[in-house]
Write a protein that binds this ligand. Structure first.
Ligand code: EPU
Length: 427
């Protein structure tokens, strides 16, 4: 198992290019199951989550070929409906195959993905939506077995206690595009990743009205065709870099981003004393303002609100702002696994209910720390880069799931970061 050895205290500077969006790519790869024709996806990030999804598609019968470094061709001529536990348990996003399988085959047998470190992650809304489209489902040996004699359009409301559901929306959309008749989805997720999926489906011949809004009207078609589609940039990776610069006292130019997707992030960072200079629609420069970082309050919300996937990174950033900041988590109330590890690095952060109270201004010091999930892990890498001394960030397979070439990108920005075998810690 690998770890990162980081020698902190060096400002990051230079230019970094954002990779394609993981959370857009995953449901899009799954959507290739909807047609027997080849689909070509460009800007596919090279991540272990992508490899996991490819393995599931191949198990289901897909032929998958890398045409170039980030261009993937998937052809699903003949597919089966079983997604097994051994593959699905690696990644919760495997659930994204459910809608396309139901859309194409009218049946699916997909393992439940299993536990999640940041609390409950139910799929009741996915199933409720499929039932509205005429499906029946039951559990059998840890598998969700879904089938529909007739898949027909219906009225689906996808609001839950924490707002809409991102992968639930992608599942209902991918089933509805091939249902008979019209589906109206209310409270659909508006995340750019869902919008990008809709654009891909339209390129495949689907009829979707209201793209980008929370009400979608989908007129089902009997078949879809192949397409070529370029995946949007990863807004969470972009936001991570925008915080890395002011945290370490450097200046970073983040290119290949989509600034339009970063409204709430730019708003909070501006308030927190980050100087942001938009150079064009894809490029933005970030550094600490001359007055230094300031305390803020931030709350995570569904898009266009501040994303939960940047909450951990913001917590690390605010450890460098003198005074008390409050970050409230409205999507996953228990998503604070990074906090005890940040405390080990000297941060003064405590959890109160679903808020992190950050008493910033104390310098961080390097330490061995443990990754627990993707975003918690990257917040520890940021902390280690800002800290005095050396840190060992362990279990970095979490980072390889969602950040392409993280160590190489950071080295190019001037970071002292090395990937080592975890056995070095035992010496
Ligand atoms: N929820 C329900 N019922 C459901 C589904 C969700 O109550 O049937 C609740 C969840 O418990 C949560 C909220 O609704 O409180 C939102 O969950 P959502 O379903 O939107 O999450 P997801 O689709 O499982 C995606 C991303 C996550 C990201 C969330 C929220 C992908 C592959 N995953 O998950 O990304 O945190 O949306 O934006 O798109 C990550 O990339 O690190 C990551 C965890």
């Amino acid at each position: 198992m690998d770890l990162f050895h980081i020698q902190g205290g060096r400002p990051l500077s230079g230019t970094v290019t954002v990779s394609g969006s993981k959370n857009a790519a995953l449901p899009m790869l799954a959507a290739t199951l909807l047609t027997a024709e080849p689909c070509i996806l460009e800007n596919v990030p090279r991540l272990s989550d992508i490899s996991s999804m490819i393995e599931i598609l191949e198990f289901l019968g897909a032929e998958v070929t890398w045409l170039a470094e980030e261009t993937l061709e998937v052809q699903c001529k003949q597919i089966s409906s079983l997604a097994p536990y051994e593959l699905v348990r690696r990644m919760r996003a495997s659930i994204c195959v459910l809608g396309p399988l139901v859309g194409r085959l009218r049946q699916a047998k997909v393992s439940l993905p299993g536990g999640c470190v940041f609390g409950q992650r139910p799929i009741d809304l996915h199933l409720k939506g499929l039932v509205k489209l005429g499906c029946q489902w039951h559990m059998e040996g840890g598998y969700m077995v879904v089938d529909a004699e007739k898949l027909r359009g219906g009225a689906v409301f996808l609001g839950g206690p924490q707002g809409s559901t991102v992968t639930g929306s992608t599942n209902i959309i991918t089933a509805a595009v091939m249902a008979e008749g019209v589906t109206r989805i209310e409270c659909a997720a508006c995340e750019p990743e869902v919008v990008d999926l809709c654009h891909m489906l339209v390129a495949m011949g689907a009829h979707i009205d209201g793209i980008g809004s929370s009400i979608l009207t989908i007129r089902g078609v009997p078949s879809l065709h192949g397409c070529r589609h370029r995946i949007i940039p990863d807004r969470i990776e972009a936001g991570t870099w925008l915080m890395a610069a002011p945290l370490t006292g450097g200046t970073l130019t983040v290119q290949g981003a989509c600034i339009e997707h970063l409204g709430a992030v730019l708003d909070r960072l501006d308030e927190a004393g980050v100087t942001l200079e938009v150079l064009d629609a894809q490029t933005i420069r970030s550094k600490r303002s001359p007055q230094g970082l300031k305390t803020i309050q931030a709350t995570t919300f569904p898009y266009p609100g501040f994303p939960t996937d940047l909450q951990a990174q913001l917590t690390t950033l605010l450890t460098a702002a003198q005074g008390i900041s409050i970050i409230t988590e409205r999507i996953y109330h228990q998503r604070f696994m990074h906090v005890p590890e940040l405390q080990r690095m000297g941060a003064d952060v405590r959890i109160e209910g679903s808020s992190a109270i950050v008493h910033g201004g104390r310098p961080l010091c390097g330490a061995p720390v443990m990754s627990s999930d993707l975003r918690a892990s990257v917040s520890l890498v940021l902390a280690a880069l800002a800290a005095q001394g050396e840190s060992f960030v362990q279990r970095i397979y979490h980072l390889d799931r969602g950040y392409a070439f993280l160590d190489l990108k950071l080295q190019a920005m001037g970071a002292q970061i090395q990937r080592l075998d975890a056995s070095v810690l035992k010496m």
